[in-house]
Design a protein around this ligand. Structure first.
Ligand code: GLN
Length: 493
């Protein structure tokens, strides 16, 4: 049996295709490893061993019946993956890490999940996150805080902290996360793995339980850019169930990993190297940019002048959309209901939402409801949308000069559990480098690029709309000459 702690999706694919390992063996190895490390990591909210082994057995049958050459859609065949618990998986409890959905079992698959299943993926279970994706540390989960595999006294990032920790701890070969303001990139960066937020509309949001609908995107986390390309190949593309999914053609992302970035124009935004960013992070990112230069990329300074408005704009737009999206959890149609003798609809609503939602979710609903209310709409929401347009234009202007932009993913390495939980503003400011990209709707990739204070640092590569291919090519080229994506944390089992 292969050493699963070192394995990537691409390597597992080759082992399965050559018959050197079966999907059942691989899946069982992951299930055993989950059992061994979960007590210290807490990445999963539920693990469905029986279902996973059923899927693995089916994958083994298909592996025997068809050859790689005549089964084009088998990229994920037999590969054990994990899914963030805000994404619907048919007949599997999907809680959004919220008490209010503790008992919710979706009767259908999200399109991203359906496509992974069609390709033959094995789904190990559902991954912890901040409640409804609201947070940066998984401390806002209604159930448990996930731990960073590099140092279990620290947070794994968030909101997709279960997704990043599971990959880093070797509990899944790849995972799905969601990113509204950084929730794939920031945790991937803090756990030393690769993560891609695709362009808004690149991957269908059907079956993703909405946080902020104009920002939410589903994307992959795995060890390498190549693995992310494989997962994106399976998931990307228009979907009749999601009117905002884009009809843009889907290239073969893996075929475009040439390893060659000679002549690629890489922009470095001065606004991303400001005071407040940890010096160890700056130094690590600068070294990574030097590597790109050595590989033949042309480094060009660019300016994104509206960057400083991104966090305030996001904290108007995202809570406003959240307050509307979360109105459906009323104790009548979905999930938990707190009953009371003689209570009317409004009493039940208040009790259910008061008990079912955590503090951060309630804070955002109130913020959002306030900024959308009559008299405040123009002052806040409309203004925020206008500034959002300016932020998007910054990137459009920059991309006239450069092909991609390189920057830090986060201003700091993973902090300690509890360190920022009482200071929401400090928590929000940690997303300064990911939020602008989300507001602009463009793709962002993070690749591990070194360590500061023995904790992983991520290099963020930002691209033009629907140009994930160039990001993945640059990330893959970088990984061909560096070994940060090969480092593994030592785990207590
Ligand atoms: N940390 C940000 C927030 O709390 C982003 C979350 C996300 O991308 N889902 O909203």
């Amino acid at each position: 049996m292969a050493d699963i702690s070192k394995l990537t999706i691409a390597e597992a694919r080759a082992l399965l295709d050559r018959g050197e390992v079966t999907s059942v063996e691989l899946t069982q190895a992951y299930l055993d490893h989950i059992t061994a490390v979960e007590d210290s990591i807490h990445a999963f909210l539920n693990v469905d061993a029986e279902r996973a082994l059923d899927q693995a057995r089916a994958a083994d049958v298909r592996l025997q019946q068809t050859k790689a050459t005549d089964d084009g859609d088998r990229l994920m065949l037999g590969i054990p993956l994990g899914i963030k618990d805000v994404i619907s998986v048919k007949d599997v409890t999907t809680t959004c890490a919220s008490r209010i959905l503790e008992q919710y079992v979706p009767p259908f698959d999200a399109t991203s999940v359906a496509r992974l299943k069609l390709s033959g993926a094995v789904l190990l279970g559902k991954l912890n996150c901040d409640e409804f994706g609201m947070g940066s540390s998984t401390e806002n989960s209604g159930f448990v805080t996930t731990r960073n595999p590099w140092d279990t006294t620290r947070i794994p990032g968030g909101s997709s902290g279960g997704s990043s920790a599971a990959v880093a701890a070797g509990e899944a070969l790849g995972t799905l996360g969601t990113d509204t303001g950084g929730s794939i990139r920031q945790p991937a960066s803090m756990c030393g793995v690769t993560g891609l937020k695709p362009t808004y509309g690149r991957v269908s949001r059907y079956g993703l339980i909405a946080f902020a609908s104009s920002l939410d995107q589903i994307g992959p986390l795995a060890w390498t850019a190549r693995d992310c390309a494989m997962m994106l190949n399976v998931m990307a593309g228009v979907d009749p169930h999601d009117a905002t999914s884009a009809p843009e053609p889907v290239p073969d992302y893996t075929a475009m990993l040439t390893g060659d970035i000679r002549g690629l124009r890489v922009g470095v935004p001065q606004e991303f190297f400001v005071e407040g960013i940890q010096s160890g992070v700056t130094a690590t990112i600068q070294t990574a940019i030097d590597v790109l230069r050595d590989q033949g990329a042309e480094i060009i300074e660019v300016s994104l002048p509206h960057t400083k408005y991104a966090v305030p704009v996001y904290y108007i737009v995202a809570p406003a959309e959240a307050s509307a999206n979360l109105a459906r959890f009323d104790g009548v149609r979905y999930g938990t209901r707190i009953e009371q003798d003689g209570a009317n609809y409004w009493d039940i609503l208040e009790k259910t939402r008061g008990a079912g939602f955590g503090e951060e979710v309630r804070r955002r609903i109130m913020l959002g409801t306030y900024s959308l209310s009559a008299g405040y709409y123009d002052a806040y929401y409309r203004r925020a949308q206008q500034v959002r347009t300016l932020i998007r234009q910054d990137y459009q202007t920059a991309f006239e000069q450069v092909d991609i932009i390189a920057a830090p993913t986060a201003p700091a390495v993973a902090f300690r559990v509890g360190e920022k939980i009482d200071d929401p503003l400090a928590m929000y400011l940690g997303d300064v480098f990911t939020i602008p990209v989300s507001l602009a709707g463009i793709p962002g990739l993070t690749v591990p690029c070194g360590f500061s204070e023995d904790l992983p640092v991520g290099l963020q590569l930002i691209g033009r709309s629907f140009d994930e291919a160039t990001l993945l090519r640059a990330g893959d080229a970088y990984q061909q000459v560096t070994d940060w994506h090969i480092r593994r944390p030592s785990l207590a089992t």
